[in-house]
Design a protein. Structure first.
Length: 339
């Protein structure tokens, strides 16, 4: 179910997980788009299918994060469908959405009649290999909402092994749609990301024994993220961070291992990476009061927690911002807490 599937399915299991980019941090550069080439146009979708058109699409409807990705390269969609309010969606909440029709602000619910009035010639949503569907068209979505796919071809970059790959994929899509991806503002944003990666690697190398676990506490269970299905965690692992791979992910929904609160201390990382969609500085103490076994995790008891940008990143700028925060958390982390 799109980038929010882990959140939403967990929510269906009575998990309370609240669902950040900004014009400055996500690198939005709407002046970077050049005139779209007339065509013909083609793009190889994340599913492996090549979509072709006689003319380059100009009237684009996009899912929230994918819209943010396109906007970071200067491509402004005519419509957006989101999984929550666009004022709180971490991809959109600080972007200028003036002139963009909002077609939905709840997962699985899209106003197709309003979308049809926009006369779209392309719909953009991530391809989710596990679900074999694009964002907005997965199992569980309102059948009426799925009719959006009847209005125009649907394309999207695959959610997979790397957010870097995802960002690069949307850069390629934006370029095919006429964006000047070499514009100074975009180049500066990519350079900032590269610098953030280098600083992150340096901080990790200085703490070779540091282990981390990505977690999301909820009323009924403690959810431990499986990096195999979290591309941002795979990126962190590829840059040297020792992110714990849980032993027994849920076979039906392998994004997470589901722990009872009695077994909250199964893993003892030195640093907890907390689902950034509901992270706030007071969260750690609040969960300690609500579920005392939370503090059986030594890192939780020590307050060694930091936000993890869970399942929402799409742009170089947003990833740079989140990496900078994680780098500071790693610099101050104690690699002996979990011992």
């Amino acid at each position: 179910m799109s980038a929010w599937r882990p959140l939403l399915v967990v929510a269906a299991l009575s998990v309370v997980l609240a669902g950040c980019g900004s014009a400055s941090t996500s690198g939005t550069a709407q002046t970077a788009a050049s005139a779209a080439p007339s065509g013909p146009w083609s793009f190889t979708d994340g599913s492996g299918k090549t979509v072709k058109a006689d003319k380059t699409p100009t009237r684009i409807i996009a899912h929230a994060g994918e819209a943010a990705a396109l906007m970071s390269f200067g491509i402004k969609p005519v419509g957006i469908y989101a999984d929550e309010s666009v004022t709180t969606d971490l991809n959109l909440k600080d972007l200028d959405l003036t002139g963009i029709e909002i077609l939905g602000q709840e997962w699985g619910k899209i106003d197709v009649e309003k979308a049809a009035a926009l006369r779209p010639d392309l719909i953009v949503g991530d391809w989710w290999p596990a679900e074999k569907a694009h964002s907005g068209f997965e199992e569980g979505v309102d059948e009426k909402s799925k009719k959006l796919a009847e209005l125009a071809p649907v394309v999207g970059v695959a959610q997979g092994k790397s957010i870097v790959d995802l960002a690069e994929g949307y850069e390629s899509l934006a370029k095919s749609l006429g964006a000047d991806v070499a514009a100074p503002a975009i180049a500066a944003n990519k350079k900032r990301f590269e610098d953030a990666v280098a600083a992150f690697k340096t901080a990790v190398a200085a703490k070779p024994g540091l282990t981390v676990a990505a977690m999301s506490p909820a009323d009924d269970k403690l959810y431990v993220a499986n990096p195999e299905y979290a591309p941002e965690l795979l990126d962190l692992q590829s840059w040297g961070l020792k992110v714990i791979n849980p032993d027994t992910p849920d076979p039906g929904f392998p994004y997470w291992e589901n722990l009872s609160w009695e077994n909250a201390d199964k893993y003892q990382p030195d640093l907890i990476l907390w689902d950034g969609r509901n992270y706030k500085p007071t969260s750690n103490a609040e969960w300690g009061e609500k579920q005392p076994t939370w503090f059986k995790i030594k890192a939780a008891k020590a307050g060694a927690v930091a936000a993890w940008p869970a399942y929402w990143l799409h742009t170089y700028g947003d990833f740079a911002t989140e990496l900078e925060k994680l780098t500071e958390a790693i610099k101050t982390a104690d690699p002996d807490i979990g011992d």
